[in-house]
Write a protein that binds this ligand. Structure first.
Ligand code: NAD
Length: 419
């Protein structure tokens, strides 16, 4: 796989979209860099009593539309460049979805699988402590991403709350989203990203008069996004015929037993050893003929080679940045529609926004209400992006970036530059 500086890749999309919307150069310059780059080094006691030093990041890209918003990633590969890219993508995503948040992202360079639950708790609490007042419910609101869970969000919230005086504690619930239900989370948040990616599949099918009953799908990455995407696809009558995660790839011709695989991977932490399927190589996975491909693992997993292998009709990008710039023209030439990440995986931040509103108002919405609101927004923005792409003769990705820029451009036009 060719190496890409992820932040440069995203900046390049921004530059293309800036031309489409005639973005003033000073706004383009502001958006080309994050406002704040926070790097912290913090010590944590391990179970064997040794002390390890960890490096954590929080990048605050832009907050003209509202508080910084974006996930926290725990992965051994976390680095400044990737977190900058992901933070800027949150600015575009929130703007595109008409959500009054800016863009942020954070992470810790750590393999969460190599630590006990207690160590993960101490890492999370100490990272939150190190971030201190750089986060807050009206300022910067983290959420789960790769390698982080609802439990970790609860630890973050609890640690942050304990910085405050007793009378202020409960007002801090909205400092993170993606929490467990008992600690102030929202119904439907865990499933939201996978659900949103599948709403895009369904809208694409409608648009192209394509019958999803009996259609086939392959999914790369079987964590939060991949598992829920598989469930929602099955609900539409789609057969999921191959999936993969960090341990390898499996297939079943007539369709995998998704409810069983879902429970299996959740209890074991991966798909490895699932009996009712055949193990295949990564190459065979990408060569599997199917109608739909949902990348739901990490960035830069689909390069030129994978694009040549892929034999699908559409891609709904559950992951952030899965398709690299070499792959995109190859896929376009093959007539494969790509629903871009900042639209396809925006279900997560949309329901995070709903969670934040519920926390602010001390409300608790029913699942049906959350789902209906998510559905409405995803469909509306999907149609907007596709119509704009057609109208301007650009790819859905550049259309999505352009629409995001229109909102930001208007805000900068109206507010001007201080002082
Ligand atoms: P997760 O940690 O729950 O799952 C990640 C999955 O990817 C795991 O199954 C892991 O085994 C797999 N994986 C990792 N490296 C891989 C590799 N090299 N090859 C194949 N599989 C690999 O994370 P998640 O929350 O599901 O996030 C997945 C993607 O979706 C990320 O790009 C993330 O930024 C994006 N995303 C997540 C959310 C959310 O709400 N969780 C929202 C928007 C976007």
């Amino acid at each position: 796989m060719a190496h890409y500086e992820f932040f440069k890749v995203v900046q390049n999309y921004l530059e293309q979209a800036a031309k489409v919307v005639d973005l003033p150069p000073h706004v383009a310059a502001i958006l080309s860099q994050p406002k704040n780059e926070i790097i912290v080094h913090f010590p944590v006691r391990m179970d064997d009593n040794t002390v390890k030093l960890f490096t954590g990041y929080r990048i605050q890209h832009n907050n003209i539309l509202g508080p910084y918003k974006g996930g926290i990633r725990y992965h051994q590969s976390v680095n400044l460049d990737d977190v900058k890219a992901l933070a800027s993508m949150m600015t575009w995503k929130c703007s595109l979805m008409d959500i009054p948040f800016g863009g942020g992202k954070g992470g810790v360079q750590v393999d969460p699988r190599a630590h006990s639950k207690d160590e993960l708790m101490r890492i999370t609490r100490r990272f939150t402590h190190a971030l201190g007042g750089n986060i807050g419910p009206e300022y910067d609101i983290p959420a789960p991403d790769v390698g982080t869970t609802a439990q970790m969000m609860v630890w973050m919230m609890d640690t942050f709350m304990n910085r405050m005086g007793d009378s202020e504690k409960n007002a801090q619930r909205g400092v993170v989203t993606g929490k467990t239900l008992a600690s102030g989370g929202s119904q439907g948040r865990e499933q939201a990203t996978g659900q949103g990616a599948v709403v895009c599949v369904r809208e694409w099918a409608k648009e192209n008069s394509f019958d999803l009953k009996g259609a086939t799908a392959i999914i790369q990455g079987y964590g939060n996004v991949g598992t829920f995407a598989s469930k929602f696809l099955v609900d539409l009558g789609v057969k999921v015929i191959a999936v993969g995660d960090h341990t390898g790839y499996i297939t079943k011709e007539g369709g995998l037993d998704v409810p069983r695989l879902f429970d299996y991977s959740r209890s074991k932490g991966s798909i490895a050893g699932f009996e009712d399927a055949k193990v295949i190589t990564r190459e065979q996975f990408f060569q599997t003929k199917a109608d739909i491909f949902i990348p739901a693992a990490m960035e830069n997993t689909v390069g030129a080679q994978e694009a040549q292998w892929l034999d699908v009709k559409m891609i709904s990008e559950g992951a952030n940045g899965p398709t690299n710039p070499e792959a995109e023209p190859i896929l376009a030439k093959k007539g494969i529609t790509i629903v871009p990440d900042i639209l396809a995986n925006a279900g997560g931040v949309t329901v995070s926004y709903f969670e934040w509103i519920q926390n602010k108002r001390s409300e608790f919405w029913e699942l049906e209400e959350v789902e209906a609101r998510l559905e409405k927004r995803m469909v509306r923005q999907y149609r907007k992006v596709m119509a704009y792409a057609k109208n301007k003769g650009v790819s859905p990705r550049i259309a999505a970036y352009s629409l995001a820029l229109v909102n930001l451009k208007t805000a900068y036009d109206e507010r001007g530059i201080f002082p």
